[in-house]
Every structure is written in structure tokens, then in C-alpha cells.
Design a protein around this ligand. Structure first.
Ligand code: P1T
Length: 385
């Protein structure tokens, strides 16, 4: 089926006892058994839930994967994937990732003797140089949060295959509408479903998707054994949202092009990070790798840009009224964020400097409002500088 059809129908069918068209919220912790071990496929709410399963099948279809496992947050998804590893293994990770991802590996998994280092995954030679004998997992975020650095997934998948490591891709920024890493050779895709997939800023969630049966088997085990599962209601909300994912992604992508160009032309803005701009160093890779299901390039709804310094950014933010100053992204309402004091505050200052994450950086998550109103809001902010 096509992506739009799958978004609406995959994993769902009218409910058997009533014919309800929408998958119900199976708000139950447990399931009746006729005799010990004699049940209808469900035993306990952590182990399985029909609303959750519908969501998992839906997102597996959209990522063009066979198996999906839902979690209570994006971080729960990442941490469960990390538990595929064992003490002594090494994780190599994109240098600029969501602050919480690096914090988890540095400050939590380090206590369990999981080795961790970061590298510029946009440079294949650097990845090869940083590779260790113990490297078992390459964790890539593309485009990266918030510097919008791209990594060539097909090339990295090839390298991981040759060296026997798992390629895990955090696809949160583009959603499967604009990038499907499994088709490019990745072993595992994960999302913070809090973001574009849910798209309404009312749920925190995560998902992990794979085509590899042996990885899926272990993930299913971990989902139950570790237990970071989402509530049936949250699954239902996300399942409602994926029906409009293509519409929301298209609209936010279209508006983002206009806003990025506007910022690029402003003399008050030092640099714009948006893969849809021809001056983005990886614009060609973006056009090749970030494709909608119909083969048309898309660049998503995330834009970052540099103002002179923190004070200038604060003055700019004072003039902004329509974009809400908040962490998170991917909702229908536009959000604005100051990464070094908000989403990436946990990244050590030295590391921020090394990867070029400056105090003047501002990040936009473009929603689906009228673009004229969003442009006016940005113009108002720039007038305050
Ligand atoms: O917040 P949570 O659902 O646990 O997801 C973590 C996460 C994982 N991956 C990426 C790329 C992310 O951006 C996030 C969360 N990010 C924010 C809250 C933010 O504002 O950037």
C-alpha cells in the first residue's frame, strides 16, 4: 500500500465485537484466562496490549519495517536499544545529538562499563578512525539536533555491515515521511514519537523498528523484561496522529523552506542551518537521502540559526509572540528554543564548543500555521535586535 493509505489503515481494522472503526483504548492491566495458559493472545498489560500492537504495526509499516516496539518515551526507546549490548562493548555516536541521548550514554551507561565516544558521522573517514575492536553499535542522528548535520546512511550501513556492528538511526527530525533509514540499510530505526509522529505536543513516547528477526526477538524480550511501555491511551493518541503525518509533514516542510530563506536573507542572522538551503554543505545528500514516499526530496520542519550571542538571542526571543518558547518539537504549533540553555544544557560547555553549538543558536520547530503569520513573528523578533 502507499504511505498515505498505510498511515490511515496499517495495523487497524474495525473492532470485532462492536464494529468500532477506530481502534479502542484497551485500558486494562490484565486479561482473563479460561484455564491456566489458555487465553486470547494477551496475558498481562506490560507484555502486550491491542492498542499498543495496532500502533506498533502502523509505525512498522510507515518505516517499511517488519517489527516495531513502542516505549514510554524516546529515551526509553534509546535505553532499551542500548540494552542489546553488554559491558565492554563500545558505542560510537554522532557528535551532535539530542543532549539527553549523550547524557544517557555518558552518565548512565558508563556506570555499566559500556564504552562511549562521539564522532562527526558526516565524515566517513572520521568514523573509520574512531572505530574500535569493541564497537558494536553506531548511533546516528540525521539531521542532527540542533545543528542539522547530515550523515550518509547508505555509506554508514555498508561500513557497519563490513564490521559487524548495528546501525541505529534516530529518525525523529524527519519522520518516515521524509526518510526511511531501513531502506538505506540501517538495522534499527528509533523515534521520539513525542515529536512529529504524534505531532500534537500532548504525548511523550518512543518507538523502535527493525527488519531483523533476531534483533526483534531480543527487543520484544527487553520491552517486557525492562518494562518502559507506554499507556494504552498514549498509544491511541499517537495512532490517531499518524493518520495525518503526511499532511503535517508536507505543510511544515513547505513553510520551513520559506522561513529558512527569509532568515538566510536577513543581515542580522549570521548562519542558517537548514538542509533545504542550497548553501547547506550537504544539500546534495539531503536531496538524495531525504525523500518522501513518492520520491520527492523533503527537508523537514526544523531550522536552526545563529545570532551574535546569548544576549542578542534573548532580545530576539522577547519579540517573538506566535512561536512558543519551549523544549520539544514536531507539533502542529510552532515552537522556538534556545538549545544551549534548554535542550542541550546537559552537554558540557567544552563539548558544545567543539561541535560548534554556540550560545547565539536558536532552533525553530515549524508547525502548520499560516506562513505569513510565522514570517511576521520572526520579523518582529529580528526588529528587537
Ligand atoms: O523526549 P523523549 O521522547 O524521551 O525523546 C528524546 C529524544 C530523542 N531523540 C531526539 C532527536 C530528540 O530530539 C529527543 C527529545 N528532544 C527534545 C525534547 C528537544 O527539544 O530537542
Amino acid at each position: 500500500m502507499g504511505f498515505m493509505t498505510d498511515a490511515i489503515h496499517a495495523g487497524q481494522h474495525p473492532e470485532e465485537t462492536t464494529g468500532a472503526v477506530i481502534t479502542p483504548i484497551f485500558q486494562t492491566a490484565t486479561y482473563a484466562q479460561a484455564a491456566p495458559g489458555e487465553h486470547k493472545g494477551y496475558e498481562y498489560g506490560r507484555t502486550g496490549n491491542p492498542t499498543r500492537h495496532a500502533l506498533e504495526r502502523n509505525l512498522a509499516a510507515l518505516e517499511r519495517g517488519k517489527f516495531a516496539y513502542a516505549f514510554s518515551s524516546g529515551m526509553a526507546a534509546t535505553s532499551t536499544v542500548a540494552q542489546l549490548l553488554k559491558a565492554g562493548d563500545h558505542v560510537l555516536c554522532t557528535a551532535n545529538v539530542y543532549g539527553g541521548t549523550a547524557r544517557y550514554f555518558r552518565q548512565v551507561m558508563a556506570h555499566f562499563n559500556l564504552q562511549f565516544s562521539t564522532v562527526d558521522t558526516s565524515n566517513l573517514d572520521s568514523v573509520k578512525q574512531a572505530w574500535r575492536n569493541e564497537t558494536k553499535l553506531l548511533f546516528v542522528e540525521t539531521p542532527s539536533n540542533p545543528l542539522m548535520i547530515l550523515s550518509d546512511l547508505a555509506a554508514l550501513a555498508q561500513l557497519c555491515k563490513e564490521r559487524g556492528a548495528l546501525l541505529v538511526v534516530d529518525n525523529t527530525f524527519l519522520s518516515p515521511y521524509f526518510q526511511r533509514p531501513l531502506e538505506l540499510g540501517a538495522d534499527i530505526v528509533l523515534h521520539s514519537t513525542t515529536k512529529f509522529i504524534n505531532g500534537h505536543s500532548d504525548v511523550v513516547g518512543g518507538i523502535v523498528i527493525t527488519n531483523r528477526a533476531e534483533v526483534a526477538e531480543r527487543l520484544a524480550f527487553l520491552q517486557n523484561a525492562v518494562g518502559a511501555v507506554p499507556s494504552p491511551f498514549d498509544c491511541w493518541l499517537i495512532l490517531r496522529s499518524t493518520k495525518t503525518l503526511p499532511l503535517r509533514m508536507r505543510q511544515s516542510n513547505e513553510i520551513a523552506q520559506v522561513l529558512a530563506r527569509f532568515l538566510f536573507e536577513s543581515k542580522k542572522v549570521q548562519h542558517v542551518y537548514y538542509p533545504g538551503l542550497p548553501n547547506h554543505p550537504q544539500h546534495e545528500l539531503a536531496k538524495r537521502q531525504q525523500l518522501d514516499p513518492y520520491g520527492k526530496p523533503g527537508f523537514g520542519g526544523m531550522i536552526s540559526f545563529n545570532l551574535a550571542d546569548f544576549d542578542t538571542a534573548k532580545r530576539f526571543l522577547k519579540g517573538i509572540k506566535l512561536f512558543t518558547l519551549a523544549e520539544s518539537l514536531g507539533g502542529v504549533e510552532s515552537l522556538i528554543c534556545h538549545p544551549t540553555s534548554m535542550t542541550h544544557a546537559s552537554v558540557p560547555a567544552e563539548e558544545r564548543k567543539r561541535i560548534g553549538l554556540s550560545d547565539g543558536l536558536v532552533r525553530l520547530s515549524v508547525g502548520v500555521e499560516d506562513k505569513e503569520d510565522l514570517l511576521e513573528d520572526l520579523a518582529h523578533g529580528l526588529a528587537m535586535i
